[in-house]
Design a protein around this ligand. Structure first.
Ligand code: APR
Length: 310
């Protein structure tokens, strides 16, 4: 029997998620949106079914607004919520998206209580915390997609700057999904060569700043709405590692219970994603400077989380 992937939110990111999940044959796909947008969700599903002969994928793709249709899902990816408009911070979305996540959490808890849940909705670190609290799901079943995207952006910018293949750039970005996130140049390598040997401090600082502001750079270019291709693929990478037990080490927002000195918050840290979900958090020995940067981003996340009152 095929696996089942439920996409809660069939907007910009949701539709790319559906296309990628289909192309990768991750399983059958259900796109769920609000009742007013049930027909567009059905239309997108049908459009993707009609693309299958070219894409050579076998999957049942359907649209709905009824949570009953997500029953038995192996993975639920949540993008339901408003995206930023130019001039907004992610935190500006808190009230409206908390309301949406509250409804989504109830639906997923009732109809897909065993699914691995990947949250994409912003402000990410607070929304994944809220979803975890509201569902009461075990911590290994709830993952926030942010570090996977932030790291992809960091690797892309490093490759663009040095004129090398992005495939050879390895690195990671820790912390909350916002301008205080912590790229780690010290641990970034290009084909095994340390980045710090290949770029000046000034170049590295510029790359780090661009990474922290990458989402905002795109929001400014769009004017309306935020990035969708790279967030979608980043969530699919997590889903695929789970469904195929790839045991990839991916930076994700995971519940820290003492790791990195953080207690009770979801923070972007390297985790193993296996068939068990978020199987394990990896702790990196940080320098004092890196620790201070991490503390700052944790403080920002803590403040937003407190505003959820959960
Ligand atoms: N249940 C299901 N879907 C919902 C609900 C709900 N309660 N409320 C809103 N939605 C749907 C919207 O109708 C819309 O189709 O979520 C979809 C969101 O799509 P977009 O507005 O296109 O936003 P998108 O760019 O996909 O971003 C979604 O991810 O990265 C974050 O900041 C971004 O919070 C935003 C989210």
């Amino acid at each position: 029997m095929r696996k089942k992937i439920a996409l809660i939110g069939g907007g910009q990111i949701g539709q790319i998620l559906a296309m990628l999940a289909a192309q990768k044959e991750l399983g059958d796909i259900v796109i769920l949106d609000i009742p007013e947008l049930e027909n567009p969700a059905k239309g997108k599903a049908l459009d993707l079914m009609e693309m299958a002969p070219h894409g050579n994928y076998d999957a049942a793709i359907t649209g709905t607004s009824d949570y009953k249709d997500i029953a038995g899902a192996d993975v639920v990816i949540i993008t339901a919520g408003r995206p930023r408009q130019a001039g907004m911070t992610r935190e500006d979305l808190l009230a409206v998206n908390l309301d949406i996540i509250t409804k989504v959490a109830a639906g997923v808890k009732q109809h897909a209580p065993k699914a691995l849940c990947i949250i994409v909705t912003n402000p990410l670190d607070a929304m994944v915390y809220a979803f975890y609290k509201l569902t009461g799901f075990p911590k290994n079943q709830v993952i926030g997609m942010a570090g996977t995207l932030d790291t992809a952006r960091w690797r892309a910018f490093v490759a663009m700057e040095l004129g090398v293949s992005v495939s050879d750039v390895a690195g990671t970005v820790l912390g909350g999904h916002g301008p205080d996130m912590v790229p780690l140049p010290r641990l970034t390598t290009v084909g095994g060569v340390p980045l710090t040997d290949l770029a000046t401090k000034e170049q590295i600082d510029k790359l780090a700043t661009r990474t922290r502001e990458a989402g905002t750079e795109i929001v400014k270019l769009f004017g309306k709405g935020s990035a969708f291709f790279s967030p979608a693929w980043s969530a699919i990478v997590i889903a695929e590692s789970y469904l195929k037990d790839k045991r990839r080490i991916l930076p994700c927002a995971a519940l820290c219970e003492g790791e990195y000195g953080v207690k009770g918050l979801f923070i972007g840290v390297p985790v193993m994603v296996s068939a068990k979900g978020m199987e394990k958090i990896y702790e990196i020995k940080l320098t004092d400077e890196e620790k201070a940067m991490l503390q700052k981003t944790v403080g920002v996340v803590q403040k937003t989380v407190e505003e959820t009152k959960l």
